[in-house]
Design a protein around this ligand. Structure first.
Ligand code: UAG
Ligand code: ATP
Ligand code: API
Ligand code: MG
Length: 484
């Protein structure tokens, strides 16, 4: 791409002639090839500025950095900007040029992946070529890539958006994580609408307080949505009011959904094992639907998705009717099988306190026997949530098995012991395969088992190595073995 097609954000015209060809951008010196621009970002672990020399040696045309950020002398121009992360995101948007026409983003502690998958399905049912991008990867017509970050870094993200647009995708939903918002990964994405699901304890290793965690989420409404755009806000969360106030102050059109919602109001819901019947009110009309998913929280997610669809011009009756055909995102209260006595086993991605609380509460109404749970907590992540999750499991489940979930570089037994402090009656089985097998073996008619924490994940990270591991596969194998 020529200099002039890319200028405007970073003042490239001050250092390059107009015929300079720029072949790419990166904030990782290891990815730099001749003809690329290197953006030096101050990170959590390292300072990108210290890799400027490395980037130059690999052929960077220039280094974009914060004012006074580069102390070493480098042999290429150093371009100083106020905010290198934002500059990278906006430049990436220009570099990759095209994005799907209608894009929405969803933030919140829980429900992002589910809402992103639901709105994609509502659009698909409306006949649009639609995509979703988030924790479970990129899902689009003819494409299903496994992803590693919930919100990809801006260069990867804009490359994906351009590929999707070029493949004819017109509608896309994105998950906006608090890290992603804080690090400006989504700046430069042209959003038509955005949504907020809820706020609970998460990532307290990154955000110093709940208020700063909330403020990171609010960037979506304060800084990224254009004025007048719709903000769909789940109405029944303790953080609803503060979020609505911020969205109103930012000049957005606030549309609330939920039991206390006014745009989509949930009048009534009846839970059954695999589905729930809901009465929803919109614009004076009443709709009765069967949502083919278990769990009260999935009603909330479905309402947020329907709100986004209506706000982006899907007729309300169509958007609400589409809820009857929704499929859950992989590993979200995902029914993997049942024992010969009919006891169901679900795999769920609850790896934070509120999610665990919700999922255990969700299965209680249709469990006549015991609610059982196998779970652990990730290593090298927020340590404070361990006893909190232990307490929740002990309070809401009848049988608790504490096991390992990506211990990473921590001592697994120490993580388990922090959970067990608040769940003294729990059974401890570190090996997750054995824990799942034991739990399945204990199941009796009327019981429900939740294997929580890993959801769609396909590995167990011990130390710095990731070993293939799938809760789905382990549950299926255990069910087979126990049935024999
Ligand atoms: C803590 C965190 O969020 N880190 C993210 C951040 O990295 P960072 O900027 O802090 O990087 P750093 O390692 O300190 O290095 C600083 C800079 O030096 C550069 N560098 C480094 C080494 C080198 O040889 N050369 C070089 O140029 C790095 O590329 C970087 O630009 O920016 C990177 C690029 O976007 C991300 O890949 C990286 O995600 C790491 C891998 C990560 O684990 N992130 C998780 C916590 C995360 O983002 N999770 C959220 C939420 C999950 C959820 O709840 O759903 C997500 O959106 O996935
Ligand atoms: N609206 C909700 N309210 C509370 N808990 C929920 C809600 N939706 C989902 N959950 C719980 O959180 C888990 C993760 O759901 P989902 O993947 O949709 O959320 P997420 O926000 O994308 O999470 P992550 O940040 O971990 O990717 C589910 O498996 C379920 O246990
Ligand atoms: N995006 C989250 C996922 C956590 C999933 C859980 N299985 C764990 O490893 O803690 C994180 O990396 O913190
Ligand atoms: Mg997610």
């Amino acid at each position: 791409m020529k200099r002039d097609d890319l200028t405007g954000i970073v003042p490239l015209d001050e250092v390059f002639s107009s015929d300079t060809e720029i072949v790419g951008l990166s904030s990782d010196s290891r990815d730099i090839k001749p003809g690329m621009l290197f953006f030096a970002l101050a990170g959590a672990k390292a300072d990108g500025a210290s890799f400027a020399q490395d980037a130059v040696l690999r052929g960077a045309l220039a280094v974009v950095a914060a004012k006074g950020g580069i102390n070493d002398t480098v042999s290429v121009p150093v371009i100083e900007v106020d905010d290198p992360r934002r500059a990278l995101a906006l430049t990436a948007a220009k570099f990759y040029q095209v994005q799907p026409k209608t894009m929405v983003a969803v933030t919140g502690t829980s429900g992002k992946t589910s809402v992103a998958a639901f709105i994609r399905q509502i659009w698909e049912q409306g006949g649009f070529a639609a995509a979703s991008i988030g924790t479970t990867g990129v899902v689009a017509p003819g494409r299903n890539d496994y992803g590693s970050l919930t919100t990809p870094d801006p260069v990867a993200l804009h490359k994906i958006l351009a590929e999707l647009a070029q493949a004819g995708v017109t509608h896309a939903s994105l998950e906006a994580s608090s890290h992603g918002l804080d690090q400006h990964r989504l700046d430069g994405v042209q959003l038509a609408a955005a949504a907020f699901t809820n706020l609970g304890r998460d990532h307290m290793d990154y955000h110093p307080t709940m208020e700063s965690y909330h403020a990171a989420k609010l960037r979506l409404f304060r800084d990224l949505l254009p004025k007048g755009a719709p903000a769909i806000i789940f109405a029944d969360d303790p953080w609803t009011q503060a979020t609505m106030d911020a969205a109103k102050e930012a000049g957005l059109e606030v549309l609330s959904v939920g039991r206390k919602g006014s745009f989509l109001k949930l009048n009534r819901v009846e839970h059954e094992r695999g589905k729930q019947r809901a009465e929803i009110m919109h614009g004076g009309d009443i709709y009765e639907i069967d949502l083919p998913l278990a769990g009260d929280f999935q009603i909330s997610n479905a309402l947020v998705a329907a709100g986004l669809a209506i706000a982006t011009k899907t007729p309300a009756a169509k958007a609400i009717a589409a809820l009857e055909k929704l499929k859950g995102a992989p590993g979200r209260l995902d029914l993997v099988g049942t024992t010969t006595d009919g006891a169901p086993v679900y795999v769920d991605y609850a790896h934070k306190p509120d999610a665990l609380e919700n999922v255990l509460a969700a299965v209680r109404p249709f469990t006549t026997g015991r609610v059982m749970v196998v779970f652990g907590c990730g290593g090298d992540r927020d340590r404070g949530k361990r006893p909190i999750m232990g307490e929740i499991a002990a309070r809401l489940a009848d049988v608790v098995i504490v096991s390992d979930d990506n211990p990473r570089t921590e001592v697994p037994a120490e993580i388990r012991s922090a959970i067990l402090k608040a769940a003294p009656d729990a059974i401890e089985i570190g090996d997750r395969r054995k824990a799942i097998y034991e739990a399945v073996r204990m199941l009796r008619a009327g019981d429900t088992l939740i294997v929580a924490g890993k959801g769609h994940e396909e590995g167990q990270t011990i130390g710095v190595k990731t070993f293939p591991f799938s809760d789905h596969e382990e549950v299926r194998n255990a069910l087979k073995e126990v049935a024999q």
